[in-house]
Design a protein around this ligand. Structure first.
Ligand code: 3HC
Length: 315
């Protein structure tokens, strides 16, 4: 098959580690892969607001409440940048939301788990955002420009989230035995869902090889999961907490060996059967319907003034 000039230009951009921009020619599979990944990522950010948002009214102090409100708002902002990045590929935000609401597009399975105590909020910040940074810093070098640039800001904010989560965990660990136990229980609940954030094993990952060849992903799911475990075990030691994996051990090569994720549980959680899957989607759909008046107001403003930003908000 003849290689067209367009294809040659695209391959040159990718192999020279330059950025592909919205008006550049790109293979249809590249465009579809980006839409799939960026949309799932955006959905994860906004569904991810729920497990923590659940604690805003019950945060243990005004200071914790202010920090948590800011964090949850940041996640909404991440969703916004990501839907914006997806729109540069020719899709509409309203259509992507429809796919989320009808279960036809995925979001990160970790957010289908409950947050029964305040320590779960701390654990999500420490572990969930810690995993997000590990996974998303390489995406700042993604070959698609708008996604890579959105990741730069997202990662700066996630770093702050990780630190506030670790600090909240440290305060609990230095507290009463009951508070420390609460922190340990939250770690026990979140460790495995967070390891799932990195996706299926390399053997089972349907998209990794292609995405890495296109410079969308820079590291495989297992490589990033390993980096996260290596970075996090010493942090748990520092807190005086125990990672809930009896087979975890440090090998001579400096890496921790750990028990593989329960892939049956993962399959359940990503297919809408996680402990809170139905609740998360129902809540999301309600929030969207409740926000109809905001979209109508933005639309009315856009119609009157022809304002582009307002038209975006009306979507
Ligand atoms: N939860 C739900 N679905 C998952 C998943 C997870 N943890 N991991 C993988 N999947 C899905 C994939 O989306 C894909 O589904 P599809 O074929 O229907 O589209 C399927 O499982 C096979 O997985 P692959 O490894 O082949 O898929 P990818 O190459 O896309 O890799 C990924 C998965 C590593 C999650 C990659 O998409 C990625 O790096 N995405 C960007 C980061 C992201 O979305 N993170 C989500 C968390 S956001 C967050 O953490 C917010 C913070 O504030 C806490």
């Amino acid at each position: 098959m003849d290689v067209t000039t367009d294809e040659r230009d695209f391959d040159r951009l990718v192999s020279a580690d330059e950025r592909v921009e919205p008006r550049d020619w790109m293979p249809e599979g590249y465009r579809r892969t980006l839409i799939r990944q960026i949309a799932q990522h955006a959905h994860s950010e906004i569904i991810g607001m729920q497990p923590e948002g659940n604690w805003i009214a019950r945060a243990p102090s005004l200071r914790r409440k202010a920090i948590l409100i800011a964090k949850v708002q940041d996640e909404a902002g991440h969703g916004l940048y990501l839907y914006g990045a997806a729109e540069t590929l020719g899709v509409e935000r309203a259509d992507l939301l429809e796919l989320l609401h009808t279960g036809r597009q995925k979001y990160s399975a970790a957010f289908n788990y409950p947050t029964p105590t305040w320590a779960d909020v701390a654990a999500i910040g420490w572990l969930g955002d810690g995993a997000a940074i590990m996974n998303q810093v390489p995406l700042t070098r993604c070959s698609y420009g708008p996604y890579a640039r959105a990741m730069t800001r997202v990662c700066k904010e996630e770093s702050f989230h990780q630190r506030q989560g670790f600090e909240a965990m440290a305060v609990l660990c230095a507290g009463t035995p009951a508070q420390k136990q609460m922190a340990q229980d939250a770690l026990d609940r979140w460790w495995w869902p967070v390891l799932m954030l990195f996706g299926p094993s390399d053997e089972a990952s349907a998209h990794s090889a292609r995405s890495m060849a296109w410079g969308i992903k820079r590291f495989s799911n297992d490589e990033l999961r390993q980096r996260f475990v290596d970075a996090t075990v010493p942090q748990a030691d520092h807190l005086g907490l125990r990672i809930p994996d009896p087979d975890l051990r440090l090998e001579a090569d400096g890496h921790y060996r750990f028990t593989p994720v329960d892939w049956n549980e993962f399959a359940d959680a990503i297919s809408g059967n996680g402990p809170c899957s139905r609740e998360r989607i129902a809540h999301r759909v309600d929030a969207h319907e409740d926000g109809a008046w905001v979209r109508a107001a933005a639309q009315a403003y856009a119609d009157k003034h022809g304002d582009r930003a307002a038209r975006g908000a009306a979507a």
